[in-house]
Design a protein around this ligand. Sequence first.
Ligand code: GLP
Length: 244
Amino acid sequence: RVFPEARDASEAAAQEIATLVRSRAAEGRTCILGLATGSTVVKVYSALVRMHQEQGLSFENVAVFVLDEFLPMTPECLQSHVRFIYEHLLDHIDVPRDRIFVPDGTVSQDQLSDYCLKFENRIDEMGGIDMLLLGIGRTGHIGFNEPGSGTDSRTRPITLDAITRIDSASNFFGVENVPRRAITMGVGTILDARRIILLAFGEGKASIVARAVEGEVAPSVPATFLQQHDDVEFFLDSAAAANL
Ligand code: GLP
């Protein structure tokens, strides 16, 4: 779906989420959201906060799983995904605190595989992700699934691509400060979500969006695996859709 401006696309994505949250609440069910971080999704979250404050949209029946986190990373750190998701969304809405799950960037090396398995199992125990909101990196990553990630990949530690670290450099005041690794939901974890909305804005995303939508499905561009999912939509502004 191509919108004139990022703001329109963000508003529409927030509406989709709100509709799902309300319909799950009407059925007395929990709504499991998988959420991305990054500049692209900021306006979606501010729209949801506004709906909570102005329209009384309740998130009491919601559980949140955040897609990824840098490794190592402490929650208090300016660049942590924990901090991002609380500042932009969770501090302002009523998701129960015991139903918020963000990959823990402080887990020690020897605990990592155990931790990732537990994170993955927790998603299953909650009933699986109803709606997953994604951005896309210039490498074609979804979450932090860099080129080479296959459809069978699950939540795990991953080495970040050089391009991804360059794209994060300004947030970290220099590329040398960007962590070399991250914890991310796998491509398989992402494809298990019942519904996926990917947002991409601006001309800088135009070529990777075209490859993701129209290119051959291959691990060299992990976002191409979304072509195999039967309920995925890309919400784009006209600049990001320019090469389609
Ligand atoms: C980050 C995150 C992704 C995000 C992407 C795009 O590194 N791991 O989940 O979608 O890169 O970021 P942005 O929205 O800032 O362009």
